[in-house]
Design a protein around this ligand. Sequence first.
Ligand code: GLN
Length: 305
Amino acid sequence: MQEILDDIVATIGSSTERGRVADYIPELAGVNPQQFGICVATVDGQLFSAGHSQQLFSIQSISKVFSLTVALGKLGDGVWKWVGREPSGDPFNSIVQLEHEHGKPRNPFINAGAIAISDAILMKHLPREALAEILSFVRFIADDESICFDDKVAKSELETGERNRALAHFMAAYGIIKNPVDYVLGTYFHHCAIAMNCQQLARAGLFLAGDGRNPVTGVRVVSASRARRINSLMLMCGHYDGSGEFAFRVGLPGKSGVGGGILAIAPGHASIAVWSPGLDDVGNSKLGSQALERLVMKTGWSIFA
Ligand code: GLN
């Protein structure tokens, strides 16, 4: 495995076609696009890393997997009153689909869906209480108390998030969002602003590779059927309108973020985190997807194998 990762860093990690770094906030626009990190956490407890695997980055939409898991823990199937379970085929911040579908987002991983999930988690609590719950969950699954929000990123998101604000107000108009919009967005922007490195992220995803149980600590996080369902949503919706292409090329459940990270799950084998800040046209890490394609080719981990 170490040889495979070293090869990926030497080939894909040094590519000159790196995509474009997200530039809607200065904290992301200023990230050096030359960085590339990867980490594989296997279900038998080994950790393999290469490149900038210890460099913190903004996990952004990858956090939507964790907020969904927290919401499922609180509400069970009640969550599906807020969001659907269908791929969107639209960009992550699209507004059009919401109107056609009466304010109910297609799935929990597009922006509208994750904003609705923040509303579900809030349930009349204050944003700091919902955020404490999400952060302590992430620390628990990664087994790492040092994981934190990047407050600068959260502040910038709040200052520039007019489109997300529009999505939230639109859903409030349809009665999907019931808490004050500011509370909901404060929760959403902060959980997107969690900073992690590839090693922490790979460890955090292990429960999804282990049928809902962290195979290293032995602690059950969710039931096996819930882990399968989260994985299926990641496969169908984790890369927005690039989800089909990712499933076709990589064949693993995965979730991307505009910070350039991807968390991919090889059920029964490993949890994989890769980070390269340059994005492709639909907002997914360009080299990250290529790296996962190569990793799967070498390991045979595709779920369709
Ligand atoms: N915080 C980002 C936003 O709301 C997350 C988007 C993403 O990672 N795709 O626009």
